[in-house]
Design a protein. Structure first.
Lengths: 214, 214
DNA sequence: GATTGTGAACTACTTCACAGCA
DNA sequence: TGCTGTGAAGTAGTTCACAATC
């Protein structure tokens, strides 16, 4: 393969799963792994893993496999999660609070450093060591802290307005929990967390199987 | 196209987005829509929408487009969300509580009808009109209420054990928030909500753009 | 005139299968 | 001998482009 081939986005989206699995291996004290073994843990074929990694270099040893720690470091470097990425969270409802307190977000490159809400009842409230700030001041904080990544956890109808402000302030990637497709400039990345859509896509298969039973 | 072609899973996963957009159109009082207009709202090409729908039948009118209400009904029928799907939620931490209280889950086919946790401090607690039950009793409840769908919101290391019990009890589709790939029989569907992985995949592009600036 | 439904063409992604190396 | 890295083959998904038709 030409190294000039850009890695497809599907590959980029699998890398965090590889990284996580490698971290679990390390915790178990396993220091060497083959593409086969790694694949079995995360339900991906061995060929897929090898092909994915080949976009970025040669990290394994024939006859042996991969050094877990080294491969993890390579992947973290590729993803940029060896760096520190400050994240803004907008919307401190129940979901926002759960996100703000979730330990899993305090790992590998990502740290929530600012909380925003427009509700006066929420502004000033403390969550962990952070204080909820007025969304009206978001711009200043985002510029000041050089925040490029944001999480949106506001109701559907407010999501676009919030996204517009964030992007204007310098945010370049958004993770949105709002059930609403956002319109953004093409140099901004948006991904969605949409549990309802996910459940509704699974009911298709359940309904179909139910048919077959009768 | 042969109607006998099975719709690919990507198509099934897009249907809930089409349905949601159609509901929003109805709320705006719009009763007719072309594939072009619908596509612009959800950032999907017109051809994609038409092709997707063609797996299931012919729902539009040449020169006109689609009747919003009728198309919505067709899609809800296809997805099986015209039926009622009782859902079990396991893990009533902060995230579980946010999920249990989230209004968005109380729509279109889906209803959380049982809450489980293993923590004695949580068992008996009321959330909305539901009472948190001991996970040890999950099996009986799942069989009794014929629950086929479950949401897992427990820590990573407990997720597999929880999934095993759920599946043994009759659950056939799982939405997991745990950062852990589950091993399940092939007739069980699993999907993941993994915000950390999503954020970490976006840092790739941010890091790359940062490179280009220098 | 506008817009659907759909084969055909195209693009993207995955898997195969094996040379090459430890 | 065992396992990687990778072209080639195969499979899946998207877009094109246009006949059909409202």
């Amino acid at each position: 393969m030409e190294r000039s081939d850009l890695p497809p986005d599907v590959v980029i989206r699998r890398l965090p799963l590889y990284a996580r699995s490698l971290r679990y291996l390390l915790e178990e004290g396993i220091h060497s792994v083959s593409s086969q073994e790694l694949g079995e843990r995360i339900n991906v074929t061995a060929a897929q893993i090898r092909k994915d990694l080949s976009y970025f270099g040669e990290f394994g040893k024939q006859g042996i496999g991969y050094d877990v720690e080294k491969l993890l470091q390579h992947i973290e470097r590729i993803l940029g999660i060896n760096q520190h990425w400050p994240v803004a969270l907008v919307g401190i409802g129940l979901l926002g609070q759960a996100i703000a307190r979730y330990e899993g977000f305090r790992t590998e490159g990502i740290e929530i450093v600012a909380l925003f809400d427009a509700d006066p009842a929420k502004i000033g409230q403390k969550i962990g060591d952070l204080t909820v700030q007025d969304f009206a001041h978001a711009r200043w904080v985002i510029v000041e802290k050089q925040i490029k990544l944001a999480i949106i956890a506001v109701p559907a109808l407010q999501a676009q307005r919030v996204a517009d402000v964030l992007i204007e302030s310098g945010v370049r990637a958004i993770l949105s929990y709002a059930p609403m497709i956002l319109q953004v400039p093409e140099d901004v990345w948006v991904r969605y967390i949409d549990p309802v859509a996910v459940l509704q896509s699974m009911t298709y298969y359940l309904a179909r199987d139910q048919q077959l039973e009768h």
